[in-house]
Design a protein around this ligand. Structure first.
Ligand code: AP5
Length: 218
């Protein structure tokens, strides 16, 4: 099964993609994570992408499609993919359709995660992760049990994404509304878009997505 999680920054795409990877054996394909890996590696793509990501704009379709095509060529992807943060433009959506068709596959479901803007800003502005194991925390909603110490691995080092500040989040939301929201009608016209209430708590969102996927014909 190939599933797209569609939603603005902070809607919970990454959170739910990880759950689906565990529960349904789908591979999470996060273009944001792939770009951050390229930045950490100091590659040419990473250096160019960093400037764009830090100001909340979209990296070019050309770069994204190269990165996705390379990832889709790996054997571990065969059982199906949960796309997290991709596609983000109509050109990316059309290219994905072609990429899947060439493999005799298609997009089986698109789930739009709806969350109000002010909630998104509050979720993202307070988000940070353990620098060692990657466990996620939040300044208000999900603090470590012992202040400054990761619950999972005991590390005392934490990181924040450079684009997780209120100004950039507002810019990212504007970019989403202009460049990515048109995908709602793109997938509605193909009959495979469903929506969930991304304001519900994480387990409820997981259940709602599971319910939709149980009814999807492959
Ligand atoms: P990317 O990394 O994809 O970021 P994003 O789409 O802005 O999404 P986030 O990762 O911020 O949020 P999320 O929806 O995954 O939410 P999460 O689960 O983490 O992209 C970053 C940048 O890379 C882009 O701006 C762009 O520059 C570039 N890029 C990436 N892909 C691209 C593409 N295809 N084309 C062009 N450029 C691209 O949750 C957020 C927080 O909320 C967490 O703290 C979480 O614990 C919490 N939370 C989640 N669900 C709930 C809930 N139900 N209730 C309460 N809290 C919740």
């Amino acid at each position: 099964m190939n599933l797209i999680l569609l939603g603005p920054p902070g809607a919970g795409k990454g959170t739910q993609a990880k759950v689906l990877q565990e529960s349904r054996g789908l591979k999470q394909l996060s273009t944001g994570d792939m770009l951050r890996t390229a930045i950490a590696a100091g590659s040419e793509i990473g250096l160019k992408a960093k400037v764009i990501m830090d100001r909340g704009d979209l990296v070019s379709d050309e770069v994204i499609l190269d990165v996705v095509a390379e990832r889709m060529g790996k054997p571990d992807i065969k059982a199906g993919v949960v796309f997290d943060g991709f596609p983000r433009t109509p050109a990316q959506a059309q290219a994905l359709d072609k990429m899947l068709a060439a493999r005799g596959q298609k997009v089986d479901a698109v789930i739009e995660m709806k969350v109000e803007d002010e909630v998104l800003i509050s979720r993202i502005s307070g988000r940070y992760t353990c620098a060692k194991c990657g466990k996620g925390y939040h300044d208000s909603f999900a603090k470590p049990a012992r202040p400054g110490i990761c619950d999972a691995c005991g590390s005392t080092e934490f990181t924040r994404r450079a684009d997780d500040n209120e100004k950039t989040v507002r810019d990212r939301l504007n970019v989403y509304n202009k460049q990515t929201a048109p995908l709602v009608s793109y997938y509605t016209s193909r009959g495979n878009l469903r929506s969930v209430d991304g304001m519900a708590d994480i387990n409820h969102v997981t259940d709602a997505i599971g319910h939709i996927l149980d009814g999807v014909q492959r």
